[in-house]
Ligand binder design. Structure first.
Ligand code: NAD
Length: 291
């Protein structure tokens, strides 16, 4: 396939490299990042999008996606598919989907889980919104860049799945960390806490697979000085998206709201920036009860 790839940062670069390694012709564009091996760089986003079967975007946020979409949609060939893998607002994805439809193009929102490691290994999970026809076109590319692609329904539903998943993740990480910090103060050894909870009803991915306590459970960023991993500021971004969506949909999400406020405090007013999102545990360790 002929592929345009716009946004070749931490995630986009290894994703594009995997497409090249699988034999696809990839033309890239980025404002700053260097060319991944085997990718031909274009002088603009519009140039990278011209004449391609699929144009992939992997950009920081919805505002940038909308400005790039405005540039590439007029350049794309009729019937081509714009495949956005960024994490953005549900509404931004639906707006761009409408513009694509009006221009005779397909659109998929396909945010990912799996992080930089999954992007490099080609083991991402894609959560996909859009038409059956566009999904069928992109499926071979999902198979190269990832291990699983779930078609979640019409445009925007991929983003909906992503932010609901990450709202659960943020809330659960905080719950796991505050429980460890309480256990410390009650004199319960962390390895005993892990042994019990990981096999009891409090178990979760954050406890069992990504344990925030160093030296306990499988290897995780906690064992590497809380170097990300999944950075606290990216968790904050996703929690804010969940709250923007909850606001727009009139959904009551008190735990998601509390998690967003806590990560905001941690990242913007404490020392959480640049730390893994599991560094909530040393944060709680240092604190006392507030009345
Ligand atoms: P990044 O900042 O490393 O990469 C984004 C790239 O987009 C940068 O190279 C930047 O120069 C480029 N860019 C910005 N504006 C542009 C424009 N107008 N035209 C062309 N290029 C432009 O970010 P990342 O970590 O690769 O994340 C990309 C997306 O993936 C984000 O939406 C993020 O939320 C999501 N995501 C990231 C992770 C992760 O672990 N990093 C995991 C899942 C999802």
């Amino acid at each position: 396939m002929k592929i345009g790839f716009i946004g070749l940062g931490n995630m986009g670069s290894p994703m594009a490299a995997n497409l090249v390694a699988a034999g696809h012709a990839v033309t890239g564009f980025d404002l700053a990042a260097p060319a991944p091996e085997g990718v031909t760089m274009a002088a603009s986003a519009a140039e990278a999008a011209t004449g391609q079967d699929v144009v992939i975007t992997m950009l920081p946020n919805g505002a940038i996606l909308k400005s790039v979409a405005a540039e590439v949609i007029p350049a794309m060939a009729k019937g081509a598919v714009l495949l956005d893998c960024s994490t953005v607002e549900v509404d931004a994805a639906r707006e761009v989907a409408g513009q694509c439809e009006a221009a005779g193009l397909g659109f998929l929102d396909a945010p990912v889980s799996g992080g930089v490691g999954g992007a490099a290994a080609g083991t991402l999970t894609f959560m996909v919104g859009g038409s059956d026809a566009a999904f069928a076109t992109a499926k071979p590319l999902f198979d190269i860049m990832g291990q699983k692609a779930v078609h979640c329904g019409p445009a925007g539903n991929g983003q909906a799945a992503k932010i609901c998943n990450n709202m659960i993740l943020g809330v659960t990480m905080i719950a796991t960390c505050e429980a460890f910090a309480l256990a410390d103060k009650l004199g319960l050894a962390r390895d005993k806490m892990f042994d019990v909870v990981s096999t009891s009803s409090g178990y979760s991915w954050t406890m069992n697979a990504y344990c925030p306590a160093p030296g306990v459970g499988p290897q995780s960023p906690a064992d590497n000085g809380y170097k990300p991993g999944f950075a606290a500021e990216l968790m904050l971004k996703d929690l804010r998206l969940s709250q923007a969506a909850a606001e727009a949909a009139d959904a009551d999400t008190p735990m998601g709201q509390a998690a967003a406020a806590l990560y905001e405090q941690f990242v913007e007013r404490e020392d959480g920036k640049g730390m893994d999102f599991s560094a909530m545990l040393p944060r709680f360790e240092k604190r006392h009860r507030e009345l």
